[in-house]
Design a protein around this ligand. Sequence first.
Ligand code: GTP
Ligand code: MG
Length: 316
Amino acid sequence: MNLANKLNKILAGDLQAAARLMRGIDDEVPDAIELLESIYLHTGRAYIVGVTGAPGAGKSTLLGSLIPVFRREKMKVGVVAIDPTSPFSGGAILGDRVRMQSQGVDKDIFIRSLASRGWKGGLSRATLNTIHVMDAMGKDIIFVESVGSGQGDIDIARVADTAIVVLTPGMGDEIQIMKAGILEVADIFVINKTDRDGAETLRNGLEGMLEMKTYLPDEWRPGIILTEAISGKGIEELAREVLRHREFLISGTEMEKRRKERARLELMMAIESSLLTYVERIDRDYLDKLVDDLALRKTNPRSAALKVINPSTKQL
Ligand SMILES: Nc1nc2c(ncn2[C@@H]2O[C@H](COP(=O)(O)OP(=O)(O)OP(=O)(O)O)[C@@H](O)[C@H]2O)c(=O)[nH]1
Ligand SMILES: [Mg+2]
């Protein structure tokens, strides 16, 4: 099958074609990479919601209840679950949960789990690629579930249109909030497991922290939504808050700003990986010659490096 055919299948939302492409991308099959490149031009339509929080905070359970709300609105849903930490709450379980809720297989929900192997807390290339494929497939909304790990949260928030941070009462969350700097990145705070003690204390603590920050009249002030994911309490309200934030982004310049930020991040990541690939391919004999020149003090390391990166560079 040629590239155009494969592309059309993805754009038509073909699940098998998408799964095959994602496997191909994982294995770095050249055809898959080429297809991914052409897909990019058809992305940018999906709304991306990041859901982050400590392991076991209830992110998957929340999504299990939240997704049906969007499905009722006929929105097509994609879910990327990064690094399911426990075997009990991994992507497969999330899949089961969503299927349970939607009574049978719903082909308009596409879930994919990604391991964070070799990923140092930042945003992985695989996450972005998976988002792009789902976006091209015509998903209206894509949820990205990831475990909060300090700096990592910030990166997920950078690619999300709406960043949801899930907290639970009684775990010293106030300190966690301060430490991870999530106050800066959250668009919506969820206090889940409100059936447990301490939800009000946590809400007050959070409110107190939000009050310390001054918000301009046209600036978004993060809302705090109380939920009980297992029973579905607060879920409708959370869905409304997501849509309200989307309206806020669209009505001003914020959406464009976020999308540009994401494009910039992707460009920088692509430059980095291209450079790495380039460095790996440098002719070893040429390198040896430069090493000899250096050893004989015929040149200096910086000039030699510039010569490798850009052979037309004159001696600086
Ligand atoms: N009591 C109570 N338990 C909940 C609630 N929401 C989720 N849980 C439970 O908390 C546990 C963890 O829930 P998950 O949804 O798997 O949490 P997670 O944040 O996705 O976990 P990881 O993906 O491992 O980080 C499960 O046993 C859930 O049933 C809630 O509102 N109240
Ligand atoms: Mg989970």
